[in-house]
Ligand binder design. Structure first.
Ligand SMILES: *Cc1c(COP(=O)(O)O)cnc(C)c1O
Length: 360
């Protein structure tokens, strides 16, 4: 058996130690004589798995007590609709920041429920930067401000948390959650599909401040109402038990490896190396303004797109998998989440130099 360095944007690599542990516990979890997949979500064994995962996530992110953590299904995309339904209250309008493909999807869905004020956009730049905060046209009457701290496709990432005053700030952190420390108290709500930097697909995390619960529109489906899940500790119906368990193993792994402080340092180092390889060779290019380059998703192009297929093929032969860029951007994209070892980035950087030399 040999595992490759998998640069997929999601579902993405998981820490090898986590997959090993899960495989050891696969047939018989802690003497229960069954797999976690086969357990009742209301039984003592699974309840202990669930509450430990939540406690570990709270420790990792230093989540204040006045926030609920929900373990849901439906992906980040489901939240695009759930957010306006739950958070508009008696307001009619919400602010959105447009920094790329995922922002646009959130905006399109919100338009079904409210007046969307696009308070700032970097579309004119081809989504290669973040609009200057000083130029944002925020509406003081907005129910909330929604933004995407890391755009997974464009590889653009905020290096600060916008200050929206009393208007709750809502963040789609699908591709950046757990990559570095973050001050949760600055947010009304954080949400993330798990399959990038948390665990397997099928689980969505919602971290929401208490006072934002209980204001859902009457038409909100019970299953989309955050209060339903907050009141039932995410066990209103059957939660995604196995994904929840695996996310818990990832949280344990992160705590054992120095938490988010340590992850932030490693992620900075990994992305610095890769951007240096891109900038240091005119065979490669990345269009994003340096300050806003993503630590997690690094898109890059080759000097000649006709070489893309050869690049991908030779990379794969070296165990560097899934480097093909998103179809809307072209070129390559290396997603280097927490589970991508530094050695994976080193191997990629080495290969890029060799390939440029042979084809430049
Ligand atoms: C992947 C991604 C999504 C979509 O996630 P799903 O869980 O597939 O719905 C939304 N937002 C961002 C920033 C993403 O990276």
């Amino acid at each position: 058996m040999s595992r490759v360095f998998n640069f997929s944007a999601g579902p993405a690599m998981l820490p090898e130690a986590v997959i090993k542990k899960a495989s050891e516990e696969m047939l018989d979890w802690h003497g229960e004589g069954m797999s976690v997949m086969e357990m009742s979500h209301r039984g003592k064994a699974f309840m202990s798995i669930a509450s430990k995962a939540e406690a570990d996530l709270r420790t990792l992110m230093a989540i204040p007590d006045n926030y609920k953590v929900l373990f849901l299904q439906g992906g980040a995309s489901m939240q695009f609709g759930a957010i306006p339904l739950n958070l508009l209250g008696d307001k009619k309008t919400a602010d959105y920041i447009n920094t790329g493909m995922w922002s646009k999807k959130a905006i399109a869905e919100a338009k079904r429920y409210c007046d969307v004020n696009v308070a700032a956009s970097s579309e004119d730049s081809g989504f290669t930067t973040i609009p200057d905060f000083a130029d944002w046209k925020l509406n003081p009457d907005a129910a909330y401000v929604h933004y995407t701290p890391n755009e997974t496709i464009g590889g653009v990432e905020f290096d600060y948390i916008p200050d929206t005053g009393d208007v709750p700030l809502i963040a789609d952190m699908s591709s950046t959650i757990l990559s570095r420390p973050v001050d949760v108290s600055k947010f009304g709500m954080i949400y993330a599909g798990a399959q990038k930097n948390v665990g397997p697909a099928g689980l969505t995390l919602v971290i929401i401040r208490d006072d934002l619960l209980g204001h859902a529109a009457d038409i909100t489906p019970t299953m989309l109402n955050y209060k339903t899940h907050a009141d039932a500790d995410s066990m209103y119906n059957t939660p995604p038990t196995y994904s929840w368990y695996l996310a818990g193993l990832v949280f344990e792994w992160l705590l054992e490896n120095g938490g988010l402080e340590a992850m932030g340092k490693i992620n900075k180092s990994k992305s610095d190396k890769l951007y240096a390889a891109i900038d240091g060779n005119d065979f490669y290019a990345n269009p994003v303004e340096k300050r806003y380059r993503s630590w997690m998703n690094v898109p890059f192009t080759l000097k000649d797109a006709d070489l893309d297929a050869a690049f991908l093929e030779q990379a794969a032969a070296k165990g560097l998998a899934t480097l093909k860029g998103h179809r809307s951007v072209g070129g390559m994209r290396a997603s280097i989440y927490n589970a991508m070892p530094e050695a994976g980035v080193d191997t990629l950087v080495e290969f890029m130099a060799e390939f440029a030399k042979a084809n430049g």
